[in-house]
Design a protein around this ligand. Structure first.
Ligand code: UDP
Ligand code: MG
Length: 316
């Protein structure tokens, strides 16, 4: 690359039923990137099984814009996998992931790019406050980030979503992760290289609906744990050891009481409570093992991470 050629930047945008915000997105991001000298932008839109007009609108927008690369997945594969497709299809020297709903303010793009220009490989964007989120979302996010950071991924920056910038070598490294059960934020955080953060205030959705309800949040947290930590499996071992250690003590006390002739019939409810408690514990541990087993099954099958139905402005 010679000195005068622009730096090519890929903007990766996953879209699932975002027809209502697309025009606004294209206009607002366009206004930011058009004014940036020294850069050439490509947009990689991934239509993740939209059932509204998203694809038709994307196709219309891409007709006279060769820098709009469109990938339509054969069905909804979920946010995480749509992003894998985006990472696979982008061609830039640097990349930025951003949501189509304008919750990730495009006005931050110049700052992200200037950090990448300073030689950083991953630029996390961290929400300064969550005023636009519902109290439930704030609470669940705090709980999730707190837990993940404490027990699963100490490197995970708090309140950083998937709005991130990355260098070519970070992209090449990310592409090597082909796991099915994945938590992309965690992968970024554990990549290594030089990482930094910029802060911003998150806006509210500019139209359409959030696809992250309670169920998908719980699923994401579960995948984050299962794909990054074996702590739940160890928990069974540690609890089992603890109980085993207490066993001689209990047996000793029983024996001593029997020796002294003081062993009465144990209250039935104490036994019932013990059996109930341990049965619950064992089932929970089995559940944990089941989760990891499911993960192994999914990985062993090696099914494709996503299936492409159609592309636009992509030649090979
Ligand atoms: N998204 C997607 N596939 C999905 C769910 C979401 O591609 O199955 C996209 C969605 O179109 C948006 C981004 O991922 O661009 C973030 O989703 P959303 O705004 O619903 O999440 P939230 O901001 O509420 O966490
Ligand atoms: Mg959103």
């Amino acid at each position: 690359m010679n000195e005068s050629s622009p730096i090519r930047v890929s903007l990766i945008v996953p879209c699932c039923n975002e027809a209502r915000v697309l025009e606004q997105f294209i206009e607002r991001v366009g206004a930011v990137v058009d004014g940036l000298p020294g850069y050439a932008f490509e947009f990689v839109f991934i239509d993740d099984g939209s059932t509204d007009d998203t694809w038709a609108k994307l196709c219309r927008a891409a007709e006279d814009r060769s820098a709009f690369l469109l990938v339509r997945l054969s069905r909804n594969f979920g946010h995480q996998r749509a992003l894998v497709a985006g990472l696979d299809f982008c061609t830039g020297d640097q990349g930025i992931i951003l949501d189509a709903d304008l919750q990730d303010p495009p006005e931050l793009i110049p700052e992200i790019l200037s950090r990448l220009g300073e030689g950083y490989d991953v630029v996390h964007t961290v929400r300064r406050d969550r005023r636009v989120d519902t109290p439930f979302k704030r609470f669940s996010a705090r709980l999730m980030y707190g837990f993940l950071q404490r027990w699963v991924l100490p490197e995970l920056p708090r309140n950083a979503g998937l709005y991130k910038g990355f260098s070519r070598r970070a992209l090449e490294a990310l592409r090597q992760y082909r796991e099915r059960v994945r938590f992309l934020r965690g992968l970024f955080a554990t990549l290594g290289f030089r990482q930094t953060r910029v802060t911003y205030v998150r806006e509210s959705r500019q139209g359409g609906r959030s696809k992250y309800g309670l169920r998908s949040m719980v699923r994401l947290a579960r995948d984050a744990v299962v794909s990054n930590s074996v702590l739940p499996l160890r928990l069974g071992l540690y609890l089992g050891l603890l109980i085993l250690c207490a066993w001689p003590l209990l047996a000793g006390v029983g024996l001593a009481r029997w020796w002294m002739g003081a062993l009465g019939t144990p209250a039935l409810w104490v036994l019932a409570a013990l059996v109930w408690g341990f049965a619950g514990l064992i089932l929970v541990m089995l559940g944990f093992i089941g989760e990891y087993l499911k993960c192994i099954v999914l990985e062993v099958k090696q099914r494709p991470l996503y299936i492409v139905e159609e592309v636009r402005n992509i030649t090979d």
